[in-house]
Design a protein around this ligand. Structure first.
Ligand SMILES: [Zn+2]
Length: 236
């Protein structure tokens, strides 16, 4: 079986909106709009993480020409800029929030997070404190992974089934804890080691940047060529 057989293009965004000169990877509203327009025109089927998990449960392959849209950190603009555009296109998406940061300046409030959840956005956990899990002690793992899930569920009144590892960092122990806690899948970055079979607790994502408003670059990323190129150029 080809090592790319299980490729699911999961696009990873952070902030969509005005460039603020900080370190947050940001895609402008205009570039984001062009990316969504491109996906729609090329008839990509945007599927939810729930659909990915269900297909994994049933050992079904992913649909052709599909992609998944995810947003880390829960910035205010995910609610005010990205979500209205996604709705206009009818695209599902997931946002991963960090309870310790919800409501802080620049981040969405619980009211906004709950509104997005009611409106159909998948809300996932991005750990309690945006912690880099390989450096977290065993007892704190429970708070970061299990307590964050429970707290978000309480706030939005819905199940939290997905997690995104801050900075993509995870360990086998963290994976065991989230599996035990009932998460259906977890997303990392493109750091994860590729395996012959797909690891649902280490779904690799493609980072989308402002430059990807260029259709060819986005096409290469979504279709897996970018990924293949990266692997060819990396020591294994
Ligand atoms: Zn993050």
């Amino acid at each position: 079986m080809s090592r790319f057989a299980y490729h699911i293009p999961i696009l990873g965004y952070h902030r969509v909106g005005d460039l603020k000169g900080d370190h947050v990877p940001t895609v402008s509203r205009a570039a984001f709009g062009r990316q969504l327009t491109w996906l729609a025109r090329r008839r990509f089927r945007i599927i939810s993480l729930e659909e990915v998990a269900s297909r994994l449960d049933e050992s079904r392959s992913m649909p052709r020409r599909c992609a998944v849209l995810t947003f880390d950190d829960g910035y205010e603009e995910t609610c005010t800029v990205a979500w209205p555009l996604l709705k206009r296109f009818g695209f599902p998406a997931a946002v991963f929030v960090t309870p310790a940061e919800v409501g802080l300046p620049g981040f969405a409030t619980w009211e906004q997070v709950a509104r997005m959840a009611r409106d159909g956005m998948t809300i996932g956990s991005h750990t309690m404190h945006h912690s880099y899990l390989p450096l977290v002690s065993e007892e704190r793992l429970m708070e970061e992974l299990v307590e964050s899930k429970r707290l978000i569920e309480q706030r939005i009144g819905r199940a939290v089934d997905f997690l995104s590892y801050p900075v993509g960092g995870f360990t086998p122990q963290a994976q065991a804890v989230i599996q035990q806690a009932g998460y259906r899948a977890a997303c990392t970055t493109n750091r994860a080691v590729s395996r012959a079979t797909l690891d649902r607790y280490a779904l690799r994502r493609i980072k989308v940047t402002e430059r990807d408003a260029h259709p060819l670059l986005l096409w290469a990323k979504v279709c897996g060529y970018y990924d293949a190129f990266r692997q060819l150029n990396q020591p294994h």
